[in-house]
Each structure stands twice: as structure tokens, then as C-alpha cells.
Design a protein around this ligand. Structure first.
Ligand SMILES: Cc1cc2nc3c(=O)[nH]c(=O)nc-3n(C[C@H](O)[C@H](O)[C@H](O)COP(=O)(O)OP(=O)(O)OC[C@H]3O[C@@H](n4cnc5c(N)ncnc54)[C@H](O)[C@@H]3O)c2cc1C
Length: 407
């Protein structure tokens, strides 16, 4: 057994021991949160309010700090554990699930890149003990999903830093206990010379600049804000954002988002199945004409789940190996995961809608697929697929076409 495997086993044993101490598995904890999320999902969508009951339940079940290592007070949950939670919550309420996924992505950056930094280790302890909810600020001005370029710069005066950022979108910004944001390293730095910094509520003010009146994902409350922060210089992560982006931010975001979208797709497929079963029962066992659309929904959901599973294994197998994380093939596949997963999720929900016909198109009734469709349509444009495809065009060209089926 090499050192990495030994560490992995040791962490797993400690995690399992800590779970036993607390008497509940992740599945049990997530089920409670999913029940709270499902109960308010319709109202969240109608009113566009924050899914408070679901996030409170996640706090109560200590899931906001699930990824924090045991030595800092968390459960040391793996990426597989977190993705499973995202999928389960996605089936219950898209907005609550996406909030959970975005928070877990920020926590992953803290866990992977905060080790050894006094401030970030203390923040890890706080996330675990106080169950702090962390939001993300990457989108800025008219820059859209061009995350690897920042306009706002960190200003440093001795040990203090300040930042003023025109944040076009910060999901649950008003409800979060902290924000993890990117910025230019300093006012002389190039747009791509970025740092990541962690802020908690006492460090910043938010002035609302844009409302969030959208087709779907309404409960994410992704309003725009002017973010003004004053903080200690040690709140800047020691490693450059370029590295954090490639090794953690992108892989974990894409795995968690995709799992949420798969959950939404599964919820739609579930409705379609119930509709087709009911129709078949009503027709003395005769399959209704829409049955083929349900089969198509199941087929694309199967592809989607397989794609996420393969990428989860691929990431988990290299998450402690910097060279392997930087490999062109891995970077290309983890970026393509987002593109493919978002398209497959939309395709699945559309097939489910067509299976249900008018009953799916209606906004009322037990087979309505409208909310799920509106929510999942955000997937291809949450960092636009076209932008991702054009960004990875040259690296795709550099990586070889596989010569064997499985390697
Ligand atoms: C539900 C939801 C929650 C979000 N939460 C947050 C959050 O918490 N924090 C945050 O910072 N951001 C958040 N965002 C914003 C997100 O990260 C992206 O920044 C945003 O979706 C991109 O917006 P855009 O389409 O206006 O911009 P752009 O990416 O600029 O795209 C605009 C148009 O240009 C096209 N385009 C762009 N580049 C190319 C290219 N190279 N080739 C061809 N066409 C191209 C796109 O396809 C699109 O049609 C959220 C978005 C959603 C949908």
C-alpha cells in the first residue's frame, strides 16, 4: 500500500468512525434535507424565495460541513458522497440542490487549498461547527462566464486588503454567511493573474444592483450586487487561482452541478413513469403512445448517470495528484462533462414532458414537468456550453484520439 492509499484508508476509517459516533449515515441525513426541500419546492418556484427550510435542515444534519476533514470538525465526506447528496436533493428541489452544490464547491476549495493556512484552517473549523453557508462570486460586469479574467483587483495596505467588485450574479448572496470570490492579484496584475479569497459576513457589504426574475432556478436568488470588502491579507488563498480553478473549482463544480441536473432529470423521468403506468392501467395494460418517450427519457438518464459516475471515479483517482489533475485529457473530459451533462439533462426532461403530453405541459397536476424543465434549462448556460467548447478547442486538438476502448 503506498502513502496515498494509506492516507485515503486512514481518512475513510476516521470518517466512518465519526459517522458511527453520530449515528446517522449520509443517506439518512440527506433524506431529511430532501424531504424538507420537496415540501417547499413549488412555493420556492412560485415566489422566488430562498429555500430556507431545506438549508436549515442541511445545517441541522451537519451537511454544510460534511466535506471538512474530521480533524477540523467535519465528516471528511468524499466527492462521491457529495455528488450523491446533490443528486438526491436535485430530485427534490432544483434550487436547494444547486445552492448545496455551489456551497460544496467553495468548501472543496477551502479543504484542498486552505490546508496549512491559519485563516483557512480556522474557517474550515467554523464551517463545520457553525455550519456556515458559502456563496460564490465569479461573474463580474459584462464578462459573463469568462471566469479566468477579472476586472476588480485586490488592494493591499500592509496586512489589510480591500476589494470592490461589480458582481453580476451571486446566488443566495443575501442569505450566505460568507463569499468566496476571485479578483486580480493587485491593480497592476493582468486580468488572468487572479487570486481566490474567502470572506465572511463581517468582511463585506452587498448593495443590490440587479434582481433575479428568471424562468427557472428561482429559489437560488442569484441577484447582482456591488460587493465591497475589507479583510486581512491572509484571507487570500496562498495558491494562485489558476491552479485552484483547474484542480478543484472546475472539477468539483462540474461534478456537483451535473449531479443536481441528473437529479432534476430523474424527477422528471419519475413523473413520466407514473404517468405512463397510470395510463397503461387505465387502458387495461395497453401501452399509451407516449411510452416510447419515457423509454427515451430513461435512456438519456442512464447515459447521464454513467457519464457522471465515470468522471467521479476519474477525479477521485487523481484528486491528490497535481500532475494527473493538470493532464490535458483529464481537463478536457471534466470540462466536457459539464457540456454533455447539461445537454443530456435537458434532453431527459424534454422526453419526460413529451411522455406526459398535456399533463406534463400543464403547470398544475401531479404530472406537471414545467418547473423541472424551466429549472434544467439553466444548465447549458450556467457557464455557457459554447464558451466551454471554444475554450477547450485547442487542448482537444492536442490530446490523442483513444486507440483502445477503455484506456
Ligand atoms: C442558476 C444560476 C446560478 C448562478 N450563480 C452564480 C453565482 O453564484 N456566482 C456567479 O459568479 N455566477 C453565477 N451564475 C452565472 C454563471 O456562472 C455565468 O457567468 C453565466 O451563466 C453566464 O452568463 P451569460 O450567458 O450572460 O454570459 P456569457 O458567458 O458571456 O454568454 C453570452 C452568450 O455568448 C455566447 N458565448 C460566450 N462565449 C462564447 C464563445 N467563446 N463562443 C461562442 N459563443 C460564446 C454564449 O453561448 C451566450 O449565448 C449563475 C448562473 C445561473 C444560470
Amino acid at each position: 500500500m503506498n502513502i496515498q492509499e494509506a492516507n485515503f484508508r486512514h481518512r475513510n476509517e476516521r470518517r466512518e468512525a465519526s459517522l458511527l459516533d453520530r449515528g446517522l449515515t449520509f443517506a439518512e441525513r440527506t433524506a431529511t434535507v430532501a424531504a424538507a426541500a420537496a415540501a417547499e419546492a413549488e412555493e420556492i418556484d412560485q415566489t422566488g424565495r430562498f429555500p430556507k427550510a431545506a438549508i436549515d435542515a442541511a445545517r441541522d444534519r451537519k451537511l454544510l460541513g460534511a466535506q471538512i476533514p474530521v480533524e477540523f470538525g467535519g465528516f471528511g465526506a468524499s466527492i462521491h458522497d457529495i455528488a450523491e447528496m446533490c443528486y438526491t436533493l436535485g430530485r427534490a428541489c432544483s434550487s436547494a440542490a444547486m445552492i448545496f452544490a455551489m456551497h460544496q464547491t467553495k468548501v472543496a476549495c477551502l479543504v484542498r487549498h486552505g490546508n496549512g493556512s491559519r485563516y483557512h484552517e480556522a474557517l474550515m473549523r467554523r464551517v463545520a461547527s457553525e455550519q456556515l453557508l458559502l456563496a460564490s462570486s465569479t461573474t463580474e460586469g459584462n464578462n459573463g462566464g469568462n471566469i479566468r479574467c477579472s476586472a476588480a483587483a485586490v488592494e493591499q495596505h500592509h496586512d489589510e486588503i480591500s476589494l470592490v467588485r461589480n458582481a453580476t450574479v451571486i446566488s443566495y448572496g443575501a442569505e450566505a454567511d460568507g463569499i468566496v470570490t476571485i479578483a486580480r492579484r493587485n491593480s497592476d496584475a493582468a486580468a488572468s493573474d487572479q487570486v481566490l479569497l474567502a470572506l465572511t459576513k463581517e468582511n463585506y457589504t452587498l448593495q443590490r444592483s440587479l434582481a433575479w426574475e428568471t424562468l427557472g432556478m428561482r429559489g437560488t436568488c442569484s441577484a447582482g450586487f456591488e460587493l465591497k470588502a475589507k479583510a486581512s491579507a491572509e484571507q487570500v488563498f496562498p495558491e494562485p487561482y489558476e491552479k485552484i480553478h483547474a484542480h478543484t473549482m472546475t472539477p468539483v463544480a462540474h461534478l456537483c452541478w451535473s449531479s443536481v441536473w441528473a437529479g432534476i432529470a430523474a424527477a422528471a423521468a419519475d413523473r413520466a413513469q407514473r404517468f405512463i403506468r397510470k395510463a397503461a392501467r387505465g387502458a387495461g395494460g395497453q401501452m399509451p403512445p407516449g411510452a416510447a418517450h419515457f423509454t427515451a427519457a430513461k435512456m438519456s438518464l442512464t447515459k447521464l448517470r454513467a457519464l457522471i459516475s465515470a468522471n467521479l471515479d476519474n477525479y477521485a483517482g487523481r484528486e491528490h495528484d497535481e500532475r494527473a489533475l493538470s493532464a490535458i485529457d483529464f481537463q478536457s473530459s471534466i470540462n466536457l462533462l459539464k457540456v454533455e451533462a447539461s445537454e443530456l439533462a435537458v434532453q431527459t426532461v424534454m422526453s419526460a414532458m413529451r411522455a406526459c403530453g398535456l399533463a406534463g405541459y400543464r403547470n398544475d397536476g401531479e404530472f406537471s414537468v414545467g418547473r423541472l424543465l424551466r429549472d434544467v434549462l439553466s444548465a447549458p448556460l450556467m457557464i455557457n456550453n459554447e464558451r466551454i467548447l471554444s475554450n477547450i478547442a485547442s487542448s482537444s486538438l492536442m490530446s490523442g484520439v483513444p486507440s483502445s476502448l477503455r484506456d
